[in-house]
Design a protein around this ligand. Structure first.
Ligand SMILES: [Zn+2]
Ligand SMILES: [Zn+2]
Length: 156
């Protein structure tokens, strides 16, 4: 790993604070992929260290672009085998480990995070409705929307 200035990645035009620097793996620094894709990789790498996951919306905010542009860079990273999306089982495991027992205000309890909520959503799991799934779970709107996000991790 080498520490490099964003400037050296030529992305100072997309990040306001160009004094910030990122740890970038040498192979990535030297690779020919788009410099915005490189900085997105760095954001995903950093976020993974804190056990957090970035959505396409987060990524487009971070690089100051729109969702379509961010998606294009994300797809380049996926095609280059540098990152991958979390799969449904991984998302379920993360969401159901939140341990929010007894927190919240409603009389309904989310089957995954156990928060007390005024709203539950029926969600097809483990098999998507579009794949013929009939089993559903009753989960809170937060677990539900987070599940339907595309989330990314560094490909090992
Ligand atoms: Zn929940
Ligand atoms: Zn759903």
């Amino acid at each position: 790993m080498i520490r490099t200035k964003l400037k050296r990645l030529k992305i100072d035009d997309v990040v306001n604070d160009n004094t910030e620097s990122f740890m970038i793996p040498r192979f990535l620094f030297e690779s020919k992929i788009n410099s915005s894709s490189k900085i997105i990789y760095c954001f995903i790498l950093e976020s993974g260290k804190n056990n957090t996951y970035l959505t396409i919306q987060d990524i487009s905010n971070l690089i100051n672009s729109n969702v379509n542009t961010a998606t294009k860079y994300i797809n380049e990273l996926i095609e280059q085998n540098l990152i991958r999306e979390l799969n449904d089982t991984e998302k379920y495991k993360i969401l159901s480990k939140k341990n929010l027992d007894n927190l919240g205000i409603g009389i309904n309890v989310c089957e995954w995070c156990h928060i007390k909520t005024t709203y539950l959503h029926k969600h097809h799991y483990p098999i998507k409705k579009s794949n013929g799934g009939i089993d559903t779970v009753n989960i809170c709107p937060i677990c539900h929307s987070e599940f339907h996000n595309r989330l990314f991790v560094i490909k090992e």
